[in-house]
Design a protein around this ligand. Structure first.
Ligand code: G3H
Ligand code: 13P
Ligand code: ZN
Length: 307
């Protein structure tokens, strides 16, 4: 099975009022956990890797791994660059075989974001690779860049940006943020901005980053078995469902998978002090990832039978 781009999956997701899960991976067990869950639910999926994940695992290794695992498990998937920092990185992964890329120019000024996105789109489209860009800034940290405040996406600017760049999907800032500490007080997302963008850009796929729900049970398990994660809080599931039923076609989740895997490994080590076979503890991590993704498909994305 070849890697596929996101065009058709987003078209179907928009029409069907559901979202495609985009899950970050950097190793075999995370990848298998995600793909096994999607196989079981017959769900479309985007496997994504950040620059630091690519530095960790190797770009060619990741491409081979994702192609082979998707073949063996029997799930067509997209392999997407998450938060591509520059043209060179986007070109590098396209040349290596990624089927989709994000160019994240959200930290540049507007004209620079337009220019870099356009350049990536021109290159990517020659190879039938789809491109996601970002407009507005999410609070929190992504790769090396940190922002303390949200800069919500301006709907009129979004229209201008999409028209001028020819980008295939757009990540927007409506109050989500990366990592495990998203809200101090009550969770709040600007659905009015999402609605405005949807009205101004009909049928255009919108992407939500920083969309982990931060399962309190996983946090509690981490802490029960030696972890120290205090005050973690994510996006309420009902809000993600609502976004999925609107123009949001791709929901990015990384933190929830990290927490689940860490909780499973901590528990495993605490309960099996004599065990030192990596297949046993990484197998427990893989099972935990699969379980989280099954829950996401059922309760957040609504993407069952979308393959
Ligand atoms: O948005 C960022 C993703 O969670 C990737 O994180 O750069 O640590 O791989 P990473
Ligand atoms: P979370 O940190 O909420 O999982 O978001 C991940 C993400 O947006 C990856 O691009
Ligand atoms: Zn992100």
């Amino acid at each position: 099975m070849a890697l596929i781009n996101t065009k058709e999956m987003f078209r179907k997701a928009y029409e069907g009022g559901y979202s495609i899960g985009a899950f970050n991976i950097s190793n075999l067990e995370q990848l298998q956990g995600v793909l096994e869950a999607c196989k079981e639910r017959n769900s479309a999926v985007i496997i994504q890797a950040s620059k630091s994940a690519i530095n960790y695992a190797g770009v060619d290794t990741l491409v081979s791994l994702v192609k082979t695992a998707s073949d063996e498990i029997g799930v067509d998937c997209a392999l997407h660059l998450d938060h591509g920092p520059d043209f060179e990185m986007a070109k590098r992964v396209i040349d290596a075989g990624f089927s989709s890329v994000m160019i994240d120019g959200s930290h540049f000024d507007y004209e620079e974001n337009v220019a870099i996105t356009k350049k990536v789109v021109e290159y990517a489209h020659k190879f039938d690779v789809t491109v996601e860009a970002e407009l507005g800034v999410l609070a929190g940290t992504e790769d090396d860049v940190t922002s303390d405040v949200h800069q919500y996406t301006d709907p009129d600017q979004a229209v201008d940006f999409v028209n001028r760049t020819g980008v295939d999907s757009l990540a927007i800032a409506i109050g989500t943020s990366h990592g495990a500490f998203k809200f101090k007080g009550e969770a709040k997302l600007r659905f009015d901005i999402l609605e405005d963008i949807q009205n101004k850009l009909p049928n255009f796929p919108i992407v939500l980053h920083g969309a982990s729900a931060v399962d309190q049970e996983a946090v509690a398990t981490c802490n029960q078995f030696g972890g120290d994660i205090a005050g973690a809080k994510g996006i309420p599931v009902e809000m993600l469902r609502k976004a999925s039923s609107m123009a949001v076609c791709k929901i990015n989740m990384d933190t929830d998978l990290r927490l689940a895997m860490t909780a499973a490994l901590r528990k495993f080590f605490a309960e099996n002090p004599k065990e030192f076979d990596p297949r046993k503890y990484l197998g427990a991590g893989r099972a935990a990832i699969k379980n989280v993704v099954l829950g996401k498909i059922d309760n957040v994305l609504g993407s069952k039978n979308s393959l």
